[in-house]
Ligand binder design. Structure first.
Ligand code: URA
Ligand code: SF4
Length: 260
C-alpha cells in the first residue's frame, strides 16, 4: 500500500468512527476521536479513550496528558506528528469512567483496521485498558517497559507491543512519571528490535532472534547514557519454536542491540 492509499484508508475509517453508533458511548460524545498521525509511521501509540478536551476537539491526547506524552516523545527526539496516536475506545466515557468491556468490544474493530492499514512494527500501549487488549492478563506494574510479540489477531502483522503507563497516571504520581521517562527511553531500541524481526521476510511471523522467556536485550541510549533493559517475552499463544538466530538483521540501530 502506498502512503496515499494508507492515508485514504485511515480517513475512511475515521469517517465511519465519527458517525458510529455501535455502543452507548456515542450518546454522550461531542465529537468522536478516531486518532491522528503519520500514515507512514512504524509506531502506533494506543491510549484508553478521549477525555474532556479530546471530546471537544475530536483529537487524541490534546489535554494535560497529551502535553506529557509529547514531552515523553521529545525526550527521545520524536515529535507526535511522526507517530500515530489513537485510543481503545473512540468516544469519551461519561465522567472519564473506565470503558466497559462491551464498549471496548464494540470499538476495537476500528483499532484493528487502523493497525491493519498502518502495519506498524511497534505498538506502544498507554495504560491498563490498552495493555489489556494487547497483553491480556498482564499487570502494568510488572510489564511496563517491556515488549513482546503482538498477537496478529489484534491487527498488525509481526509487530512488537511495548507497555507504558498512562501519561495521566504519570501526572498524578512522580514515581510513575520518572518511570515513564525511563520506559520511553527504551522505545527506539525496541523499534530497532521490531524492525529486525520483520526483516527476515517470509518467516516474518517468527521472531528474528530466539526470543526466550525473560530474555533481556540492552542497548545504549544516547539521550540519557543509561542502559535500559528491554525484556521480550513470547506471546502466550505462540506454540511454534523460535526461529534460529538471524545474522542478516543489519539495521544499524539493531546492530547496537546486545542479546543475551
Ligand atoms: N487519555 C487517553 O487515554 N486518551 C486520550 O486521547 C486523552 C487522554
Ligand atoms: Fe462507536 Fe467506538 Fe464510539 Fe462506541 S466508542 S460509539 S463503538 S466509535
Amino acid at each position: 500500500m502506498t502512503d496515499d492509499e494508507r492515508q485514504a484508508a485511515l480517513e475512511a475509517i475515521a469517517a465511519e468512527v465519527r458517525n458510529c453508533t455501535r455502543c452507548r458511548l456515542h450518546e454522550g460524545r461531542t465529537r468522536a476521536v478516531p486518532g491522528e498521525g503519520s500514515a507512514s509511521t512504524e509506531v502506533v501509540f494506543v491510549g484508553e479513550g478521549p477525555g474532556f478536551n479530546e471530546d471537544r476537539e475530536g483529537r487524541p491526547f490534546v489535554g494535560r496528558a497529551g502535553t506529557l506524552l509529547a514531552t515523553l516523545l521529545r525526550s527521545i527526539g520524536w515529535r507526535r506528528e511522526e507517530v500515530f496516536i489513537t485510543n481503545i475506545v473512540k468516544c469519551r466515557p461519561p465522567e472519564n469512567r473506565d470503558p466497559a468491556p462491551d464498549e471496548i468490544a464494540a470499538c476495537v474493530p476500528y483499532l484493528r483496521r487502523q493497525l491493519e492499514v498502518l502495519e506498524p512494527a511497534l505498538v506502544v500501549t498507554l495504560g491498563r485498558h490498552s495493555l489489556g487488549w494487547f497483553m491480556p492478563g498482564a499487570r502494568i506494574s510488572q510489564v511496563h517497559g517491556t515488549a513482546r510479540p503482538v498477537d496478529p489477531s489484534s491487527g498488525p502483522r509481526a509487530a512488537l507491543v511495548f507497555a507504558m503507563y498512562h501519561p495521566a497516571a504519570a501526572l498524578r504520581t512522580p514515581e510513575i512519571e520518572r518511570q515513564s521517562f525511563a520506559d520511553v527511553a527504551s522505545v527506539p531500541a525496541t523499534l530497532a528490535a521490531a524492525r529486525a524481526r520483520r526483516s527476515t521476510g517470509p518467516a516474518a511471523l517468527e521472531p528474528a532472534v530466539p526470543i526466550q522467556p525473560e530474555m533481556t536485550m540492552t542497548a545504549p541510549t544516547p539521550a540519557q547514557g543509561a542502559r535500559p533493559t528491554v525484556t521480550v517475552t513470547p506471546a502466550p499463544d505462540r506454540d511454534r519454536p523460535p526461529a534460529p538466530a538471524e545474522p542478516s538483521a543489519t539495521d544499524a540501530a539493531a546492530d547496537q542491540l546486545t542479546l543475551f
